[in-house]
Design a protein around this ligand. Structure first.
Ligand code: 4AD
Ligand code: MG
Length: 429
């Protein structure tokens, strides 16, 4: 008898055959003569029936089963239009592997409680499906990087100087020394372009971010890339190509997951290059036309980005930001030093999902920019060396993996885009 995955049965591969499945009890309903079990494994859920008259030994075992008990169940797989998924197993044998105590989430389903029970909630269909789509998104991103001759690298998480400004920096004691957790691997990717040229990484970034919004985590996964001899146009073209590829591949291969999650997959088929591009100045004008009091030089907030994104209804770019609101490493226009060659990709409902731009390749201007931001050039000696020895124009970007998923899967909150979310208040388990 074949030990099979539930998905294979639902796909009709074992119609009217005897099968064995291993998994956990997802639901149970007991009548006088009949027990309905819904069994789940990693691939799906299937309804199973145990009849007292037909299988007395299986019945005795099934009676003992509790929600989330693990088991092996054998029986005949039959097409049944009344069963969710279209197939049912008529059980002939049931064998308990681990009898579960009373499953806490079965009683209390409040949002707060579910968050406390994250280690158990990850068994839910929702989290199971989100994690699968997440894995696919990473796979398809890597596919695109591979296709475009990028090399995956592994930057450090312990770092000695800030990338994105001190206010969101996590400090830690490293033996006798004060170090930080990285906010972005960008500066390390900049080192590696002089050796490998096109590089990328998918790694954690950390932000001591107090804002409790649906788009902020304190630990998130950051997809970052950097390459030499490139400018803003190359950058936007690459990023939109990457987005188009990921959306297309997810659209082709994750139909079942989106359907079960109730997420709109059609929007992904509308993601095609080229993406709309507007300057920051135009963004401000558009917002002013909608009664915003923003003026040139102000940073765009979450609400502003959402308003802009609503107009487009799909991913788009905002570029040429004021230098004053951008990091020290941003390249500025030589004839307009108040404007930085920096670009954000935005999507509906979430706003910014990536930031990138050209980097300052001139050593003296870079030193001046470091000082202007109240930072110390001596903390960035190795970074300045990159400008001393064979500097090149270069660009790169960083995209938040969880923000991308929030948009794709229509999630209400970023904490559902990652298995073990870290926020100001949550770090358990
Ligand atoms: O805009 P950020 O801060 O840009 C950088 O870190 C650049 N050094 C990246 C680069 O050029 N290599 O962060 C980039 C992206 C944001 O657009 C957002 O998607 C995500 O990282 N991000 C967060 N995601 C979740 N929680 C947070 N607290 C995040 N902060 C940034
Ligand atoms: Mg940003």
């Amino acid at each position: 008898m074949a030990l099979v995955k539930i998905r294979e049965i639902l796909d009709g591969k074992y119609s009217d055959q005897t099968v064995s499945v291993r998994g956990w009890v997802y639901r149970k309903r007991q009548g006088k003569e009949l027990i309905f079990l819904v069994i789940r494994d990693s691939t799906g859920v299937i309804q199973c029936t145990v009849k007292k008259a037909n299988a007395p030994t299986a019945w005795a075992e099934a009676e003992k089963l509790t929600i989330e008990s693990s088991l092996t169940l054998e029986g005949t797989a039959k097409p049944d239009s009344r069963a969710p998924g279209g197939f049912e197993i008529s059980a002939e044998a049931v064998s308990i592997i681990g009898l579960a105590e009373v499953f806490p989430i079965a009683k209390d389903k409040s949002e707060e409680f579910i968050r406390d029970m994250r280690h158990l909630w990850l068994r839910s269909r929702k989290m199971n499906l989100v994690m699968k789509v997440r894995a696919k998104v990473l796979e398809y991103a890597r596919e695109y990087f591979e296709k475009t001759d990028f090399i995956e690298v592994s930057p450090p998480m312990f770092i000695s100087a800030a990338v994105e400004g001190g206010s969101t920096l996590f400090g830690l004691k490293y033996f006798e020394q004060d170090l930080y957790l990285t906010q972005s691997s960008q500066l390390y990717l900049e080192i590696l372009i002089s050796s490998l040229e096109n590089v990328y990484c998918i790694a954690p970034s950390f932000r001591a971010e107090k804002s409790r919004t649906i788009r902020h985590l304190t630990e998130y996964w950051h997809m970052e890339a950097e390459w030499p001899f490139s400018d803003m146009n190359d950058l936007m073209q690459f990023e939109e190509g990457l987005m188009e590829h990921i959306c297309k591949r997810v659209y082709e291969n994750c139909q079942n997951e989106f359907k079960e999650l109730g997420a709109d997959i059609a929007k992904l088929s509308q993601v095609t290059v080229p993406f709309p591009r507007i300057t920051y100045a135009e963004a401000i004008d558009r917002l002013k036309a909608k009664n915003s009091s923003l003026k040139w030089g102000d940073d765009l907030g979450y609400e502003d980005e959402k308003i802009l994104a609503e107009e487009f209804g799909k991913p788009f770019f905002v570029y040429d930001y004021p230098t004053v609101i951008k990091a020290f490493y941003c390249r500025t226009y030589r004839d307009r030093p108040e404007v930085a060659l920096s670009v954000d990709m935005m999507v509906p409902r979430v706003g910014e999902i990536s930031t990138g731009g050209q980097r300052e390749e001139d050593k003296d201007i870079l030193i001046q920019r470091i000082k202007e931001q109240g930072l110390k050039p001596e903390d960035y000696e190795w970074y300045l060396d990159l400008r001393r020895y064979g500097t090149v124009p270069h660009a790169g970007f960083g995209m938040g993996v969880e923000r991308l998923l929030v948009w794709m899967l229509d999630l209400d909150n970023i904490i559902d885009a990652i298995p073990f979310p870290r926020t100001t208040r949550r770090f358990y388990p």
